[in-house]
Design a protein around this ligand. Sequence first.
Ligand code: URA
Length: 213
Amino acid sequence: MSNQFPTLHIVDHPLVQHKLSVMRDKNTSVKDFRALVGEIAMLLTYEATRDLPMTTRTIETPICSYEAPVLAGKKLAIVPILRAGLGFEDGILTLVPSARVAHIGMYRDEETLEPHFYFLKYPKDIAGRDVLIVDPMLATGGSADMAITKMKELGCKNIKLMILVAAPEGVKFIYERHPDVDIYCAALDDHLNENGYIVPGLGDAGDRIFGTK
Ligand code: URA
């Protein structure tokens, strides 16, 4: 599906696309699915952190003095939406080990598809951090909207959303409510079905990560 959303960044890399196709296959094991979520999380993080500010530090190489490019030390917090967002956590922390982690708990009512908030634990200085909210599936956008709104209420200003598979309905919803939030994903799928599942999608991401079906 073509991307008509200004805030949506699709990471159209061969490794990402191949790994996602394996994940979509209903015969892929829980063990492989979980490993692949972690691998794609790292590849998406690579793109989502591309604009981190840089500075230089003078170092001595074995040959000479050198003004070496280093991260300027902008502080990051990742915010996995429980529970499927936990699948992204280790992969992101592998690349950004000093990031702080806030957890936000939401479950979606299977009848109404509305998100219900039940948990939030966050670092005290979160308002001063860049925030990366993570959840594998952007379906209606209700949970992501609630998570972004909570982070804004805490004073966070620079917020990004990192997703595995997005539905156009969810991207549109988030874009209309939060045009300041960039969204990074591996794929923009076709539509949501009558049960709120993304088509073609990969099924219930939480069940497939944790083996709870
Ligand atoms: N949540 C999922 O886990 N999968 C979908 O397809 C939609 C929402």
